[in-house]
Each structure stands twice: as C-alpha cells, then as structure tokens.
Ligand binder design. Structure first.
Ligand code: C2E
Ligand code: CA
Ligand code: CA
Ligand code: CA
Length: 280
C-alpha cells in the first residue's frame, strides 16, 4: 500500500468520521425510521402528590434503532428539527398518544379522566396546519374534553408571542389542554405568560434538581405560588427521590413527574401501573 506521510494517514481511517458524516448517516437512517416502525412512544406517569395516584402521562419519543437499541431524543431530536423530520414525528406522536389515551380512558373510566400530554416542537408550532392536524386527531380519537394536552416550551412561545397567542387560542377552543413546558429556562416571566391560554405550568427539572441546592425551596415556593395565583395546574418535573416528592408536596405543588414515580415506560408497563394489565 502506498505510504502516506505524517498526519495525512489519519484521514483514511474509517473510524475517523467527521461530525458532518455522522450527522448525514443519522439523517439517512432517521428518514427511514418511521416507515421501519422504529419510532415509538414511551409514557411517563404524572402523579397527584396528595395521594400519589396517577393523573396522567407524558408521551415521549424513542428511536428503537435496529443496531443500537432504544435511543433517547437527545440523540436525534435536534437532527429531526434541522431536517424538518420532527413534523412527521410530532404528528406520529400526536396520533399515537391520542389513540392510547382513548383506549385507557375506556378501560379506566375515572373522574377526572386520565390525561396525556404530547410535546410540540418549534417547527410544528409555526406550521399552518397544526390546528387542523390537532382537530382531526381529536375528532378521530374520542378523548375526554381537555384530557389531551400539548406541551409547548417557553422558548417556542417567546420566539413569536403574537403568533403563539393566536395559535394557542385556536387550540384551546378545540378543547385541548395547553401546558407551558420547561418553565424557568427562558427569560420570560410567568406574569407575562398569563396572557396565553395555558392551563398547566411545568416547572423545569433544573429547579427541582439544582446544581447548588441552597435556594431550592425559596425559588420553588415562589414559582408555585405564582402559578396558583394565575390558576394554573402545576407539575414539577424531575422528582427523582421520595424526599423531592415530599418537599414539593409541602411547598404546595399538586403534581409531579420523575424517576421517584416511574421512568418513561412502554404500554404494558403503564397498564400494569394503572392496574388494567390484561393477563396473557
Ligand atoms: P421534556 O419535554 O422536558 O421531557 C422530560 C424529560 O425529562 C424526559 O427526557 C424524561 O425522561 C426526563 N425525566 C423524567 N423524569 C426525570 C427525573 O426524575 N430526572 C431527570 N433528570 N430527568 C427526568 P427524554 O424522554 O429523554 O426527552 C428529552 C426531551 O426530548 C424532552 O424534554 C422533549 O423536549 C424532547 N421530546 C421528547 N419527546 C418529544 C416529542 O414527541 N416531540 C418533541 N418535539 N420533543 C420531544
Ligand atoms: Ca415535555
Ligand atoms: Ca419539560
Ligand atoms: Ca426539556
């Protein structure tokens, strides 16, 4: 073989892939993932802190890769956003989650009904057809009023507040719930966000699991109080331990989500948790 001098030889090692080629490989695989049935949803329980019963679930995407197993969104969501594939994934999540919720509500008729939340990406949110897509999904799925909820991050809303306000009002009028996701990670205030028709506030896990724990209670208490003043349902994310859950309850937080109550799980596991598992 021809000898290459110095540093140049490195370029030809197959292991020396650049970030760019990695990105292209993932993009190609991601494009086929939906049709190959590799895109799935997992469900994480949201719990009422007063009695630790399950109030609902958040639907979260996973990529069940043929070689690498079940991959978390951190490994593919940003590529899906850049390529626009997130729109198809989001539509898939919306349909699948609504259908699952409808099944669970029929098998577990509780009052208030079980809810399901679905994440909406920035790309989906600026598209003209989101309202129409949501409308057709809920007309097909037959779910209880306001029990299907969309999670929209503070940053998506703040990118174009006027547009956001119009879209959110249309969505609310359709009878879907609206949760403000990752609250506290952006630069907006809750008082400002009051003008949007959100019914639920999701406190970002960085407040529950802060780097430095010193100010935790004071900060959480004031966010929870403000959420209550604005008559929002409040869900704290990232409750990892029982003591997190106990503290959140004492601070007046009605709902929490986190490893303390269950990691994102498949349908069978969720049904076991709900007590509606069918014997096989
Ligand atoms: P998110 O919407 O903030 O979702 C909550 C994330 O926190 C989930 O990560 C969940 O597994 C994780 N989590 C739950 N409990 C705990 C806990 O106790 N401690 C800690 N440290 N983390 C906890 P996941 O499933 O990896 O999703 C990451 C992000 O990917 C989501 O953050 C969301 O932004 C995005 N994502 C997931 N599914 C979808 C989707 O269908 N559409 C869109 N647009 N984005 C999605
Ligand atoms: Ca979310
Ligand atoms: Ca969140
Ligand atoms: Ca997040």
């Amino acid at each position: 073989a021809k000898r290459l001098g110095g540093d140049h030889i490195e370029i030809f090692k197959p292991t020396m892939r650049t970030a760019r080629t990695d990105h292209l490989l993932v993009e190609g695989e991601l494009r086929r993932a939906l049709e190959r049935d590799e895109i799935q949803l997992v469900y994480q329980p949201v719990v009422r802190l007063e009695d630790r019963t399950i109030a609902g679930f958040e639907a979260l995407l996973r990529w069940n890769h043929s070689r690498y197993g079940r991959r978390p969104p951190a490994e593919f969501i940003s590529i899906a956003e850049e390529t626009g594939l997130i729109v198809d994934f989001g539509q898939f999540a919306l349909e699948r989650a609504a259908r699952q919720l409808s099944l669970w509500q029929r098998r577990l008729p509780v009052d208030p009904p079980l809810f399901m939340t679905v994440n909406v990406s920035a790309k989906q949110f600026v598209r003209q057809d989101l309202v129409q897509d949501v409308k057709s999904v809920i007309s097909r799925a037959l779910v209880a009023h306001n029990s299907l909820k969309l999670e929209i991050t503070e940053s998506v809303v703040m990118e174009n507040p006027e547009h956001a306000e119009r879209i959110l009002e249309k969505l609310r009028d359709l009878g879907v719930g609206l949760a403000l996701d990752d609250f506290g990670t952006g630069h907006s205030s809750l008082a400002y966000l009051q003008r949007f028709p959100f019914d639920t506030l999701k406190i970002d896990k960085s407040f529950v699991r802060p780097q430095a724990r010193g100010q935790r209670s004071a900060l959480l208490r004031s966010i929870i109080q403000m959420g209550k003043d604005l008559e929002l349902d409040i869900v704290a994310e990232g409750a990892e331990t029982d003591s997190d859950a106990v503290e959140l309850f004492h601070l007046g937080c009605p709902y929490a989500q986190g490893y303390a109550f269950g990691e994102p799980m498949n349908v069978e596991q969720a049904e076991r948790l709900l007590g509606i598992a069918t014997e096989t």
